[in-house]
Design a protein around this ligand. Sequence first.
Ligand SMILES: C[S@@+](CC[C@H](N)C(=O)[O-])C[C@H]1O[C@@H](n2cnc3c(N)ncnc32)[C@H](O)[C@@H]1O
Length: 213
Amino acid sequence: MDRNIEYIRSLIKENPDTLKLRKQEEENYIPIIRPEVMQFISVMIKIADIKKILEIGTAEGYSSICFCRAIGKDADITTIESEEQRVNTARKNIESFNLDKNVTVIHDDAVKALSYMTGHNVFDMIFLDGPKTHYLEMLPDCIRLLKEGGILLADNVLYFGMTSGEKEIPKKKRTSAYHLRDFLEAVSSSYELDTSIINFEDGLVISVKKGTK
Ligand SMILES: C[S@@+](CC[C@H](N)C(=O)[O-])C[C@H]1O[C@@H](n2cnc3c(N)ncnc32)[C@H](O)[C@@H]1O
């Protein structure tokens, strides 16, 4: 791990209960958001007064629980996960934190689920943390579902240096790396978004949906 990241991570004072869940997830090799990225998003949630979040990629509910912690009692999270066992564990974890009224876990493929979520301007924030090969495909629905001034985040977009070509791309990772390039091109050139790609940890996209006023 990069020395600066290691140092930053050592300064994060996570709640003992979410820390316990994090350790459990790490021991079980469940891929969850990194502490410094979670801390960054938690601060952003407070700055932008975010309450209503759509998350793509629940895993076992760790990030949804942390979003609730950052928002407080008005948290309203919808999160989508395709793996049944993870959905079941996520629901149990969320219940054990007494957050089942704040978090709805949808068991479905995210591309499909997004297409049947009707309406416009619904969410304050959308967090893409699921299937990298489908970020581009999901982008129009994400933009539709995001409020004006709302924030779109996508994690791990630099894909360990493979997206930029800094690292050689093994054959089996090419599809994801090439899709991420197309996604980054699209968010950077969208007339509906202002986007910053942050070279932080494994790369984080932050876009804000432009208003019509
Ligand atoms: C990186 S993990 C999410 C971690 C979680 N956000 C956290 O930090 O606790 C990505 C998750 O996306 C799920 N996933 C992958 N493809 C999906 C799809 N097409 N639809 C919904 N979920 C998907 C995976 O099963 C996995 O649990």
